[in-house]
Write a protein that binds this ligand. Structure first.
Ligand SMILES: Cc1cc2nc3c(=O)[nH]c(=O)nc-3n(C[C@H](O)[C@H](O)[C@H](O)COP(=O)(O)OP(=O)(O)OC[C@H]3O[C@@H](n4cnc5c(N)ncnc54)[C@H](O)[C@@H]3O)c2cc1C
Length: 233
């Protein structure tokens, strides 16, 4: 009986999920062809899998792929596929999400576009348009920073200054930030605390601290710089 496996491979990858298969693809592109992927499941894909029940396809985990970009402005994952020569035709999905909450009698389809989705949410929950739009835009800034930072090395202090929203939500642990914040002099601590931690608006924070909004903005810039220095050292 002929032997199915060879005795030696240049590379053995354990696990045929997205990471294992992407790794094999990359190695092949670099000219390493002698690769074995060992997968314990009867299907490749790992977490990226789906199954059918009662005629409905159910995704086990991932349901959308981030960092593709578009033809003109490709992001990390899109660029990876392109570089690997994998030709995928991406289909736009105008109905981004459907939210169904039977107990609240809610069945809502959110369409593509921040303003559109915020308007649709506002129709169901009146008076929330601006907060929802601000939230979407915050998420967009964090997402853009994430894409930039995942392929560019940036010192932490620069990150704090140029990717403020990312740092606020993901960059440092809460303890690190709070310790640094509490060690700032009061004139810097309070503006950051009220605006950055508690989420008070510029106007509310300025009024509480008896400053003009313009003076507060300047104070916040200096305070962020001071905070960056503490975190960096
Ligand atoms: C609920 C949920 C929702 C998610 N949603 C999204 C999303 O919307 N978008 C997105 O981009 N990502 C999403 N993710 C993340 C994404 O699914 C994973 O990051 C990605 O699939 C992980 O790939 P991986 O190859 O690192 O690991 P895995 O997919 O876990 O692959 C590991 C593989 O190794 C195999 N293996 C393990 N041990 C052995 C062994 N000893 N021998 C042989 N084989 C072995 C396993 O069977 C498996 O096939 C989600 C994850 C979860 C849990």
């Amino acid at each position: 009986m002929s032997k199915f496996f060879k005795d030696h491979y240049q590379v053995v990858i354990i696990g045929g999920g997205l990471a294992g298969m992407a790794c094999a693809l990359r190695l092949q592109k670099w000219g390493i062809k002698d690769i074995l992927i060992l997968e314990k499941h009867n299907l490749p894909g790992g977490l990226a899998t789906s199954f059918v029940r009662s005629g409905k396809e159910i995704e086990a985990t991932l349901h959308e792929m981030m960092s593709i970009g578009n033809e003109k402005d490709q992001l990390k994952v899109g660029a990876f596929f392109e570089e690997m020569g994998v030709d995928i035709k991406w289909l736009p999905v105008p109905e981004c999400y459907r939210v169904v909450c039977p107990e609240d009698d809610l069945d809502m389809i959110l369409h593509d576009g921040y303003e559109t989705a915020a308007r649709e949410i506002d129709k169901e929950v009146p008076g929330t348009y601006q907060q929802t739009l601000d939230f979407f835009k915050l998420m967009r800034r964090v997402y853009d920073s994430m894409n930039y930072l995942s392929v560019n090395e940036v010192p932490k202090a620069k990150m704090l200054l140029q990717h403020t929203d990312f740092v606020r939500t993901l960059g440092y642990s809460a303890t690190e930030v709070m310790d640094a914040l509490l060690s700032l002099p009061e004139k810097y601590r309070m503006p950051l605390y009220l605006h950055g931690v508690w989420g008070c608006t510029i106007e509310e924070t300025a009024a509480a601290l008896d400053l003009t909004p313009a003076a507060l903005r300047m104070r916040l810039t200096r305070a962020r710089r001071a905070l960056a220095e503490i975190l960096e050292n």
